[in-house]
Write a protein that binds this ligand. Structure first.
Ligand code: GLC
Length: 754
């Protein structure tokens, strides 16, 4: 179900006229004020915190700390020196600041309130990487809309999401926030989430602008170390990292956030190729470019700017519209214009874009938030139901030996592991409102299926080795169990921003715990609660079933139980490859063939001398992109490509038959891959060009149809322009990136057809 959503990029003469009329009245300081986004709060004040906490206790109401505003905030608002602020999730504070801006400044230009709503506002959904494993864009659009409902009801106009950085390095903690390794999946999720955030009929009657981020190439941080150098070719920029942003803009996104990282020597925040040549000249995109947090100031550390004034100059010249927090524009832009170092026209253009967005958001007409609305919207039962549905569809079954799952009561369970009873960790990274009390843990989920005497729980060990461990108690606890349910993984703060890891196995002594349990000979069903793919070959071999639950949001525990006991048939599929060893990273399916390809991935390639192989591991992932098991089984047949030859202007129709040959209903993600066998530049061995999620009853068969325009085969050619080249292609329709039904087709120039 696609709801109507706002787009902010179509020209609108009425808005343009209002923008120009307002701009003409503005002084230079007022124009610059529109380019300034601040954190409105002052430093943490422990006395004020204690005072508010005591007052809440005395009045018997829940305590939410409201920090005092920075000392100069109200004066800046009155003087029209602030255009926006961020991460104020308190409608009363937002209205207070808005009232000053609108009613006490000379021109009454409203503020735009931005915030990080990455996978839910208060109804926390699974982390976005998990959400992408649903392969269900309409579902994610609904989830994003729920986030927009709660955020808008709380006074937010601008959501700093979706995060759409293609990520192929699991060491990078922010892989948790995106849609994995593939541009095509990234594009689909970008469109869905932009449409959801910008939904047209929010209960608040207000609007939200999405802010896809981080533009661009942030996921290519060398060595997976956050904020590190990204260095890749313009071709990789255009064919891998840009497509999700173009999809977001085509879906109507009204803004974009520039990334911290440099790309091949020029930081994104002051990069004219990105901010002007591509965004404005090539794409004609009219939206607002917001910097990431103090990214302008960071140009000094990068060694691109000598000081903050220089950083402000480089940023505005490159095309950055609004500066997040670091105040280079606020402090230096007027002087730079006065000195002739920055043309006034650039300030006008940036202010024009900000005003245009504010008009399109309706902020001039309706600047204030109904402060009574949030309590009727937040955590609505239908929102919590959707959070469960997304969690169920995001979980990926990687192993199910002897069909040990679903569990059949009265199985006596011994539940072991630190993640089984953790509320906070289910919220994952970027859940700004930490309300662990909203979370259902795995233990809560089990309670919905089993009487209390049918299972017992022993943590066995903490997530971090620094806390006390009692593995012996866990071994004792499993003695009279039929099945061990082992729930392990990462804590929420082991992924996300600034949380990269070099060792990607189970943290702490969790693997030691698994070893001890495996030594008992009891069957182990393992559930991972994690923020990234993990390097777990030993664990995967030890357990009979392996379910990836991710940091699954407030309903994670119930979703796990629904799958373990068969109420839900798992349908999630991986959107990031799972390596056998850290040494394989970066590991992704859409790799190049090289001049010395290994004969066949997945087998030890020691016998292949002088080929692109390792001595100690196969090239293949432990679990491949697009892979996920079901409790039923699907059969593919009858592949047809029609016509087998197409011109660059035509469309190939691909059909196949999918059958549910198992004993229960299930959903299959049918994937379409192509390979361009010969190109003017080397091409990946496979590229995803289509997917469909199909639910079939037992025995049911369905004709699956893909339409593949030849233009979708385009790539960046030698002249750095998109080209569709004649030639031979292979094509696969199957359950994951490893294969399936295989066919071939040709693209040829029309004239050759005679
Ligand atoms: C952070 C993140 C960005 C976020 C911004 C505001 O550093 O990089 O994703 O939106 O700052 O919190």
């Amino acid at each position: 179900m696609q709801t109507d959503s706002h787009t902010y990029n179509q020209p609108d003469p009425a808005t343009e006229a209002r923008v120009e009329a307002l701009l003409a009245q503005m002084t230079l300081p007022e124009k610059i004020g529109q380019l300034v986004q601040l954190n409105p709060f002052g430093p943490f004040d422990p006395d004020e915190y204690d005072r508010q906490k005591a007052e809440a206790a005395a009045n018997g109401r829940p305590f939410t700390y409201i920090p005092p505003l920075r000392h100069d905030m109200e004066a800046l608002l009155r003087a029209g020196r602030v255009g926006s602020f961020l991460n104020v999730m308190l409608p009363g504070v937002i209205n207070h600041c808005q009232r000053i801006a609108v009613e006490e400044s000379r021109l009454g230009i409203p503020l735009i309130a931005g915030g990080d709503v990455i996978h839910g506002f208060r109804t926390i959904f699974p982390i976005p990487l998990a959400e992408s494993c649903t392969w269900n864009p309409p579902l994610l659009e609904r989830a994003a809309r729920v986030a927009a409902e709660e955020a808008s009801a709380s006074g937010i106009d601008w959501i700093f999401a979706p995060m759409i950085d293609v990520a192929r390095d699991l060491r990078w903690g922010r892989i948790a926030e995106g849609a994995g390794e593939d541009p095509f999946v990234g594009m689909a999720m970008a469109r869905a989430r932009v449409r959801g955030f910008q939904a047209a009929d929010l209960s608040s009657g207000r609007r939200i602008a999405a802010c896809p981020k981080h533009y661009v190439g942030y996921g290519a941080a060398e060595a997976g170390r956050d904020y590190n150098t990204a260095d890749f070719s313009e071709r990789t920029l255009r064919d891998v990292y840009l497509p999700p942003f173009k999809a977001a803009f085509d879906a109507g996104a009204g803004s974009v956030m520039s990334a911290f990282n440099e790309i091949s020597g020029i930081p994104a925040t002051a990069n004219p190729l990105l901010l002007r040549a591509i965004l404005r000249d090539e794409w004609q995109w009219p939206g607002v470019v917001l910097s990431d947090y103090e990214a302008v100031h960071e140009l000094i550390a990068h060694g691109l700017a000598a000081d903050l004034k220089d950083a402000a100059r480089l940023s505005i010249l490159a095309g950055l519209d609004m500066e997040m927090v670091s105040e280079g524009y606020a402090t230096h832009l007027a002087d730079l214009v006065a000195a002739g170092d920055v043309p006034l026209a650039l300030v006008d253009e940036a202010a024009r874009r900000v005003l245009r967005l504010k008009f399109r958001l309706g902020l001039f007409a309706q600047p204030y938030t109904d402060e009574t609305l949030a309590e009727t919207i937040i955590l609505r039962p239908d929102f919590r139901t959707l959070a469960l549905e997304v969690a169920q569809e995001s979980m990926v079954l990687l192993k199910n030996e002897d069909d040990i799952l679903p569990l059949a009561p009265p199985t006596r369970l011994a539940v072991i592991g630190p993640l089984a009873d953790s509320h906070a960790d289910m919220l994952g990274c970027w859940s700004l409102h930490t309300h662990p009390e909203d979370v259902e843990t795995v233990l809560d989920g089990l309670a919905a299926y089993l009487p209390a005497d049918a299972w017992r729980y022993t943590p066995g060990c903490p997530i971090r080795a620094s806390e006390p461990t009692d593995i012996a108690a866990a071994v004792t606890a499993v003695q009279d169990a039929d099945v061990i349910l082992l729930v392990v993984g990462e804590s929420a703060d082991m992924s996300g921003e600034g949380h990269s890891r070099t060792h990607l196995g189970l943290p702490g002594r969790q693997q030691e715990l698994a070893d001890a349990l495996a030594a008992t000979g009891k069957p182990i069903v393992c559930v991972l609660m994690n923020g990234r793919p993990l390097v777990i070959p030993r664990l995967a071999a030890q357990v009979k079933a392996l379910l990836v639950g991710w940091h699954g949001g407030i309903r994670a525990g119930r979703a796990v139980a629904d799958i373990l006991f068969g109420a839900v048939n798992p349908s999630g599929k991986l959107t990031a490859s799972w390596p056998r060893a850290e040494g394989q990273i970066p590991l992704y399916y859409a790799h190049k063939n090289t001049g010395r390809p290994a004969a066949a991935a997945g087998v030890k390639q020691f016998a292949e001398y002088f080929k692109s192989v390792y001595l100690d591991e196969p090239n293949s992932p432990l679990f491949p992109f697009g892979f996920g098991l079901s409790y039923t089984r699907f059969a593919y047949s009858d592949l047809r490509l029609d016509p087998p030859t197409i011109t660059p202007e035509e469309t190939l129709v691909v059909t196949a038959t999918l059958r549910n040959v198992g004993s229960r209903a299930g959903a299959e993600v049918v994937q379409l891959y192509v390979r361009d066998l010969v190109g003017s530049v080397t091409r990946p061995v496979k590229e995803l060009k289509g997917f469909q999620k199909v639910t079939l009853q037992p025995g049911e068969r369905r004709a699956i149809r893909f339409e593949l325009p030849a233009q979708a085969l385009g790539f960046t050619g030698r002249e750095m322009r998109t080209v569709v080249e004649p030639g031979a292609f292979r094509l696969w329709v199957g359950p994951d990136c490893r294969g399936g039904l295989e066919g071939s087709f040709t693209v040829e120039e029309a004239h050759r057809r005679g």
